[in-house]
Design a binder for this molecule. Structure first.
Ligand code: MG
Ligand code: MG
Length: 281
């Protein structure tokens, strides 16, 4: 345990954790490939579950008390924690975020993507693609910040700065959720410390080898105010604006950083920031 009360992982533990990360990545890739108008979110849930089981793992979302599914699927104004259902059928042009996690052995992965379903009104489609791209880029900006950060909360400051810059450049209003944040990850999917997606006064814990975190910006096209739907799970925007969510599990180790939920460790996506992830062998 570190002095701040969370477990720092050894290189061997991070290597073991990578298996859960890759199973999570494979599940999300399979779901992404299946997304099309007419498919239900429950069908996507089964695809994710089959993929994770096929790789020798199991869903860690099902370990959350009261939750029975492998993914969360949040459509349009839903931000996170949407429940898969045979009645939720994706339509052309919908923006859907898929959050998924796997546990293998005693280690966990957690990752989320957003996809705009092909088709639909071209203008709405374009705005949704831009929202998703902005959120995804903010995640990579945050991961790049982690690579050189002295303290963890530099990640959120970098994410917020990027979102604000993109809002100004595009003339759009974006909100960053504050009620929901990223987290440490390891033997449990959710561990200390919190990982903010926005600037906070505190510096946060020191970034040291062994720190493993899930960074997960949730961004809205409008106000960041949320409400919880009648199902007691789904978090949606209060103003009905669209939302996007991207997430990766990232390890800091003695040689650098490695994105555990990306098959290439983040090499391709981090190149533009001059960050070179270092694999553990
Ligand atoms: Mg997640
Ligand atoms: Mg998470």
């Amino acid at each position: 345990m570190s002095r701040t009360g969370f477990e720092l992982k050894t290189n061997a533990q991070i290597i073991a954790m990578r298996e859960a990360g890759l199973a999570t990545a494979a599940a999300l890739a399979a779901v992404k490939a299946a997304i099309k108008p007419g498919i239900s979110t429950l069908e996507l849930d089964k695809i994710a579950d089959d993929t994770i089981r096929g790789l020798g793992g199991h869903s860690n979302f099902q370990l959350v008390p009261g939750y029975q599914h492998t993914i969360c699927s949040s459509i349009n104004d839903e931000i996170v924690h949407g429940i898969p259902s045979p009645e939720r059928i994706l339509a052309a042009g919908d923006i859907v975020s898929i959050d998924c996690g796997a546990e293998i052995g005693e280690w966990n992965g957690d990752s989320a993507i957003t996809v705009v379903v092909p088709g639909g009104d071209p203008e709405t489609h374009g705005l949704r693609e831009h929202l998703s791209k902005t959120t995804e880029t903010s995640l990579w900006v945050g991961i790049a910040a982690l690579a050189t950060a002295e303290h963890l909360n530099e990640v959120g400051a970098a994410i917020e700065a990027y979102i604000r810059e993109e809002a100004q450049e595009s003339g759009r209003k974006f909100g960053i959720l504050e009620e929901y944040v990223g987290h440490g990850i390891g033997r449990s999917m959710h561990e200390e410390p919190p990982v903010f997606n926005y600037a906070v006064r505190e510096k946060g814990p020191k970034v040291v080898p062994g720190l493993c975190v899930a960074i997960e910006p949730m961004v809205t096209a409008g106000s960041a105010k949320t409400k919880i739907l009648a199902d007691a799970w789904t978090v949606s925007t209060k103003d009905g604006g669209d939302a996007s969510h991207w997430e990766h599990t990232v390890a800091v180790h003695s040689g650098g950083i490695w994105v555990l939920t990306e098959p290439d460790g983040g090499v391709e996506k981090l190149a533009r920031f001059g960050v070179i992830p270092v694999p553990l062998v």
